[in-house]
Ligand binder design. Structure first.
Ligand code: SAM
Ligand code: DTB
Ligand code: SF4
Length: 334
């Protein structure tokens, strides 16, 4: 690509109105840019929309761990894989509220409750609704990730005070069937449509490092960016390889390629919270700093994700201090 075309694209990217639809080719062109050009673009867009030194801290809690009937090839919670994750009962509301309060006291502003379900049964959802109300009562933003939703369930979550629903597209449509067979990506899109029409904010992203090509990563980012509107939160996960899952042993993604994916998410979804999500424990602090430079402005905060590890909170706070960064107070523009 020559300089003139570069500049033409830079001005197109700067204008959200003209960047409304992204072709896979256009995102692939971004991913193919020289690293510094890509980071410059991403950081320019980040600066135009956010305080680049502020990072949103979001804490996760697994409210129902293990025993999941689905077959997601990356997931340690699928019952069919022998990963050492047991099928546990759902946590009680007191335990959830205590965890949320502790997260808030450590500086988290968003609390995300995750359940290893294909989707919630009504009696399960009823219990989650009480948890959402209680966590909202602590003054935190609430997020839940409970799997596929049936008609009316998103509305009940909205009514209870839920702010965000997380449901990842995970990977591009052409690769999805190689990773999951117990549902289709259209099922995911159907739940996202229900979430949107109930007035909930959408949190949706994906996983990289599953053996996909750069083109597949471009297709995932284009698909997310072309959701209308694009998600308010976009978690980009680097596969955490867990022994016993089919994807254990996959060739690891080059760390710079992960940074490129973050940059492409920032450029194509300028006002979204782009979350540097799973995989941080396995990542150097240098690469994490590059992710922030590439436009990531949210992390999972606390020593555990759902079942796997995450850097401890003290260490994360020290990293932010080293970089002259600080926790975001107003969690989201959405
Ligand atoms: N069961 C619900 C579902 O699948 O939507 C909610 C919980 S599920 C664990 C939430 C997300 O965690 C998945 O969509 C996937 O993106 C991410 N995830 C699961 N296992 C992972 C792993 N080993 N590495 C990275 N991300 C993972
Ligand atoms: C998301 O995109 N990543 C989080 C959250 N949303 C629910 C989950 C990561 C899970 C990593 C594997 C585990 O800890 O079980
Ligand atoms: Fe179940 Fe969600 Fe894990 Fe898939 S990602 S196996 S649906 S918990």
């Amino acid at each position: 690509m020559d300089t003139i075309t570069h500049n033409a694209r830079a001005s197109a990217i700067a204008d959200p109105a003209t960047a409304a639809r992204w072709s896979i080719d256009a995102v692939a062109e971004l991913l193919d840019l020289p690293f510094n050009d890509l980071l410059y673009r991403a950081q320019t867009i980040h600066r135009a929309n956010f305080d680049v030194n502020a990072v949103q801290l979001s804490t996760l809690l697994s409210i129902k761990t293990g025993g999941c009937p689905e077959d997601c090839g990356y997931c340690p919670q699928a019952a069919r894989y022998h990963t050492g994750v047991d099928n546990e009962v759902m946590l009680g509301i007191d335990e959830v509220v205590a965890a949320a309060r502790a997260a808030r006291d450590q500086g988290a502003t968003r609390f995300c409750m995750g359940a290893a379900w294909r989707g919630p049964k009504q009696r399960e959802l009823d219990r989650v609704l009480d948890m959402v109300k209680a966590v909202r009562g602590l003054g935190m933003e609430t997020c839940a990730t409970l799997g596929m939703l049936k008609a009316g369930q998103a509305e009940q979550l909205k009514e209870a005070g839920l702010d965000f629903y997380n449901h990842n597209l995970d990977t591009a449509p052409e690769f999805y069937g190689e990773i999951v067979s117990t549902r289709t990506q259209d099922d995911r899109l159907d739940t996202l449509a229900k979430v949107r029409s109930a007035g909930l904010h959408v949190c949706s992203g994906g996983i990289v490092g599953m053996g996909e090509t750069r083109r597949t990563r471009a297709a995932l980012i284009a698909q997310l960016a072309n959701l209308d509107p694009y998600p308010e939160s976009v978690p980009i996960n680097n596969l955490v390889q867990v022994e016993g899952t089919p994807l254990h042993g996959t060739a690891e993604l080059d760390a710079f390629e992960f940074v490129r994916t973050i940059a492409a998410a920032r450029i194509t979804m300028p006002t979204a919270m782009v979350r540097l999500s799973a995989g941080r424990q396995q990542m150097s602090e240098g690469i994490q700093a590059l992710c922030f430079a590439a436009g990531a402005n949210s992390i999972f905060y606390g020593d555990k994700l759902l079942t796997t590890g995450n850097p401890d909170a003290l260490r994360d706070r020290a990293l932010l201090t080293t970089l002259g960064m600080y926790p975001m107070q107003v969690a989201s523009k959405a």
